[in-house]
Ligand binder design. Sequence first.
Ligand SMILES: Nc1ncnc2c1ncn2[C@@H]1O[C@H](COP(=O)(O)OP(=O)(O)OP(=O)(O)O)[C@@H](O)[C@H]1O
Ligand SMILES: [Mg+2]
Length: 251
Amino acid sequence: MEEDDARLALERHATSKISRVEDLLGIATFGFRGEALPSIGSVSRLTLATRVRTSDEGVELSVAGGGEPSVRPCGCAPGSSVEVRELFFNVPARRKFLKSTATESAHVGEAVLLAALARPDVTFVLARDGRVAREYLRVETRAERAKQAIVDESLESCVAARGSLHIEAHLAPPERARAGAVGLYLFVNGRPVKDRQLARAVAQAYGSVLEPGRYPGRVVYLDLPPDLVDVNVHPQKAEIRFADARACSTP
Ligand SMILES: Nc1ncnc2c1ncn2[C@@H]1O[C@H](COP(=O)(O)OP(=O)(O)OP(=O)(O)O)[C@@H](O)[C@H]1O
Ligand SMILES: [Mg+2]
């Protein structure tokens, strides 16, 4: 990014992903609200370093607990990197509400796992206490990423399409099914989501092999035209709404 854009990136509700109202009806990116960077910057020490390929110098913006960023030139590789340190250093009340290190650490692991499953083409490295805990090297396909990420189970794969709906599933065997859908990772247009109806549709596809209320584990990717799904219905973007929900639950 150029310096102007980088400054803008840290402003509330500034996004490059929507320029017209109609863009809201066909969102194909993860972000679209322009909230992530300023929100995180207001509760941490955040640094954004960025350099356009055509310039031999980059720019580094730092914010500590919100406010105006301090800006200085920096030597960095082309591209952008964001560093967040000391989360909640300025809001001790929030900090106190964090769960145990083990619990928070498991949440982080889950968030990285979901990101890694969503983007096989990106390398993710999770380090914990200075040691690499998980490493997802970039791969070509979702199938490869699923196998790389789920190491404790052998996955059965299937790919199908109907009309404009495409589905790709990498699922654990039915005998490993669980009483809830927590082990079933659903992605709609590459976005990790929680959707009861979709989870149920996946379970129903097993017919009588699964008892009612039991769900198979692991990974399902559903892709459909972005105008058939509304991703702007949940504060954390964890839930979505289908224009025609029945189309995905009829077997
Ligand atoms: N790595 C990056 N490279 C280039 N531009 C970036 C990068 N990260 C953020 N930006 C720019 O900064 C803007 C603000 O980022 P931010 O994450 O705050 O909002 P968003 O992604 O648009 O929406 P959301 O709040 O839903 O994540 C983005 O719209 C994008 O233009
Ligand atoms: Mg974002």
